[in-house]
Design a protein around this ligand. Structure first.
Ligand code: SAH
Ligand code: SF4
Length: 359
């Protein structure tokens, strides 16, 4: 997008249509063109006005002077060699935003970012090493639209996870606007969307109230406050007892929707049998599942991935005490630094970035 042009996806489709109609009236063009343009953007995957072949050439040129199609600019796509594909986008200021397309049976999971970097600053996550800014709803939506339009290695979306860069519930304005837009303007069912969060006071309840069908994943990583606060600096603002109380409130609001607890396994930190027992005890009585994520290496981070036997032992110890499902996350994308926790590890990230530390 070049400076000064208004991105069509910056507003909800209904408002954009009104803006387009006003512009079309100025140009002496028929109002129905507005719907045609929106269909190109939301359904037909146009990335420029040039591609909107059924519009008159002069109209396309006039539109391109006043508007941009998207807020984000596509920079490059990096196949990871294992079918996952990382997409790098730039904001208007040139800040990096990364998304990942992960093929799954029947389509692909689109992993989207809600920020360039992340202010939470978890030491095991590349995104936490810098923070530029949160994204607006249209910038989150653009990742979805542009990945879908890119096609190629990434099949059509069958699900969306907000598990890229940034903390969705800290960027509540962006996340909420995105969830509303993707439902109304792209007809993606809420049941196909998962929001992953470390927990932010008041926001789990807001998510449950406003989007009860959206799936919730909570990044727990430890059942003890001292360990968790060392891993997630912002966790100090929400001790485990408060987080669990919010999860119970969420379960009530959503009539018992199952919550997935994510647990990054870090060798020698949180992967022992006592940690597994504490985790099982903590989740007792909640409609819960656990997703174990063996640590993916991040340059400069002082953590190690547990050996496979240790991962298996942790899962077995947990299963012996916990009745919910325990799954192991399949790790795709490592070859392109596109696996969980590796987004933002490209050199471009630090241009003018604020170092992590504090929210
Ligand atoms: N900020 C949100 C969502 C983005 S992170 C959150 O933290 O939940 C998505 C998931 O990737 C989280 O569960 C996070 O703990 C995990 N993750 C981060 N760094 C990782 C790493 N290096 N290896 C494996 N998983 C990681
Ligand atoms: Fe932010 Fe999530 Fe990474 Fe922590 S794990 S730094 S909350 S993106």
């Amino acid at each position: 997008m070049s400076a000064g042009r208004f991105p069509l996806t910056a507003l909800r489709a209904e408002e954009t249509r009104r803006r387009l109609e006003a512009f079309l009236a100025e140009m002496g063009a028929p109002a129905y063109r507005a719907r045609q343009i929106l269909a190109w953007v939301y359904d037909r995957g146009a990335r420029s006005f040039e591609e909107m072949r059924d519009l008159p050439r002069e109209l396309r040129a006039a539109l391109a002077e006043r508007f941009a199609v998207h807020s984000l600019r596509r920079e490059r796509e990096t196949p990871a060699g294992d079918e996952a594909c990382k997409h790098l986008f730039l904001t208007r200021e040139g800040y990096p935003v990364e998304s990942v397309g992960i093929p799954v049976p029947g389509g692909a999971t689109y992993c989207l970012s809600v920020a360039s970097g992340c202010p939470v600053g978890c030491g095991f996550c590349a995104s936490g090493a810098f923070f530029h800014r949160f994204l607006a709803p249209g910038e989150i939506l653009d990742q979805y639209l542009l990945m879908k339009a890119a096609g190629g290695r990434t099949p059509a979306p069958s699900g969306i996870v907000l598990m890229g860069m940034g903390e969705p519930l800290l960027n509540w304005r962006g996340t909420r606007g995105f969830l509303a837009a993707i439902g109304a303007d792209c007809a993606v069912g809420a049941r196909r969307i998962t929001v992953s969060t470390v927990g932010v006071p008041g926001r789990l309840e807001a998510l449950g109230r406003e989007f009860p069908q959206v799936k919730l994943a909570v990044s727990l990583h430890a059942a003890e406050d001292s360990v968790r606060a060392a891993l997630i600096p912002a966790a100090a603002r929400m001790p485990i007892a408060a987080l669990m109380a919010a999860c119970r409130a969420y379960a009530e609001l959503t009539h018992g929707r199952r919550i997935t607890f994510e647990y990054v396994l870090l060798a020698g930190v949180n992967d022992g049998p006592r940690a597994a027992a504490a985790l099982a005890a903590l989740l007792k009585g909640l409609p819960a599942a656990v997703n174990l994520i063996p640590y993916n290496p991040v340059a400069g981070a002082a953590f190690a991935r547990p050996a496979e036997a240790a991962v298996a032992a942790f899962a077995a110890a947990l299963r012996a005490r916990f009745t919910g499902a325990v799954t192991l996350r399949r790790s795709l994308g490592g070859a392109a630094n596109a696996a969980c926790g590796q987004l933002g590890s490209e050199p471009a990230r630090s241009r003018g970035a604020r170092r992590r530390g504090g929210v």
